[in-house]
Design a protein around this ligand. Structure first.
Ligand SMILES: C[S@@+](CC[C@H](N)C(=O)[O-])C[C@H]1O[C@@H](n2cnc3c(N)ncnc32)[C@H](O)[C@@H]1O
Length: 362
């Protein structure tokens, strides 16, 4: 067991003695015998340990009677993804500094520190407003789905895109960098996370979440919170359950297959829909989509060569600088040689594309 889990026998003994992972049986010779359930618990303990939790905190987490194994796995996954994103942000910051040093530019002490320990949107958020704004055709769908709701909660609100102008909106946004970029006169914004909304049950007519669920450490818990605080829920998100989209979108198919790694373990559309008790509808992306999200430039490939376009989309930071540079270099070469045009001839005739975006309405 120690060998498999890459920990010392002493560690296993210690976990046994303090009651954290106690093997269910002993062999005749007195050796500890771990059942499948014990292994599951050990795996959880080790993962929380790797995330830096103390043994006492871990004991509280794994023994929490309010959660089951699946809920804890989602939680663990969310925490690990957060750590991965933080690492990606730090790698990007170091690469930038190396590039600047090579040109004789000194990074300020503030910038050096800023990237360390930053949440993803604390690090990349300032690049957001350059290309991210309300796409009116998608907004019309969201606002229609809000029905006659008068009070609306916008969770993961960012800089305020898609907030309906004719209703009483309250925003929730955990990133200070994003909150600071909300325009003057935007709806009041509360610093909180989807998974723990500081509102009583049913306090809003509707809750909406746009292009944000894939950032939540625990998407299902967050969706249940939306359901709890509002009578109606509208979510604009991505269907990761059909890997066919990866093949259909030339960017992920031919240049950035690493996108698939970001989706691994992401709850299915069915899980998300079930969490709020709704139904999902496809949302086609217009060829001239005004909101520069990842898929927005499907018919305008040159846009992906633009650093501003990429910096406003978290995918590019999350895949890491190597994959990003490789994808951009390959795309640049294929655009120059005509290979991209040849391969994607069919797109020119399309005005809107189905690339897995969904509106879940409950
Ligand atoms: C791609 S932006 C979308 C912003 C806005 N809804 C829009 O459509 O422009 C994702 C936002 O989700 C926020 N976010 C990240 N984790 C969150 C969480 N656990 N709860 C709520 N929002 C979160 C980020 O800070 C970021 O502002």
């Amino acid at each position: 067991m120690a060998e498999l889990a890459a920990v010392s026998v002493r560690t296993l003994h210690h976990y046994d003695e303090i009651g954290l992972v106690q093997p269910s049986a002993r062999t005749g010779a007195g050796y500890r015998a771990y059942s499948a359930g014990d292994v599951e618990r050990l795996r959880e303990v080790l993962a929380f340990r790797r995330l830096g939790f103390g043994l006492r905190e871990i004991a509280d987490l794994v023994d929490d009677p309010a959660t089951d194994a699946v809920a804890r796995l989602y939680r663990l996954r969310g925490l690990l993804v957060e750590q991965r994103d933080r690492t990606a942000v730090m790698v990007a910051a170091i690469d930038k500094e190396l590039g600047e040093r090579a040109m004789g530019i000194r990074t300020t002490p503030e910038d050096q520190l800023k990237a360390f320990g930053a949440q993803l949107y604390e690090a990349i958020g300032s690049a957001y407003p350059a290309t991210r704004r309300t796409e009116p055709r998608i907004a019309a769908r969201i606002w229609e789905a809000l029905g006659d709701a008068r009070t609306v909660l916008n969770v993961g609100a960012g800089t305020g895109s898609y907030e309906p102008p004719d209703r009483e909106v309250t925003a929730v946004e955990p990133s200070a960098v994003m909150r600071a970029q909300r325009p003057a006169g935007a709806a009041p914004c509360v610093a909180a996370s989807a998974e723990r909304l500081p509102f009583a049950d049913q306090s809003f007519d509707a809750a909406m979440a746009v292009s944000t669920v894939h950032h939540w450490p625990d998407p299902i818990a967050g969706l249940r919170e939306l359901r709890r605080v509002a009578r109606r829920v509208v979510v604009f998100t991505y269907d990761a359950s059909t890997t066919g989209w990866l093949q259909r979108f030339w960017l992920t198919r031919d240049y950035l297959p690493e996108f698939a790694d970001l989706l691994a373990g992401w709850p299915s559309l069915a899980d998300m829909t079930r969490a709020i008790g709704g139904r999902a509808e496809p949302v086609l992306i217009p060829w001239d989509c005004a909101d520069g999200f990842f898929e927005a430039h499907w018919r305008r490939p040159e846009a992906y060569l633009d650093e501003h376009v990429r910096r406003a989309v978290s995918v590019w930071t999350r895949v890491g600088p190597e994959a990003e540079q490789r994808a951009v270099n390959m795309l640049r070469a294929d655009l120059a040689s005509g290979r991209w045009a040849e391969r994607n001839r069919d797109l020119v005739a399309l005005d809107a594309a189905e690339l897995g975006l969904r509106l879940i309405v409950a």
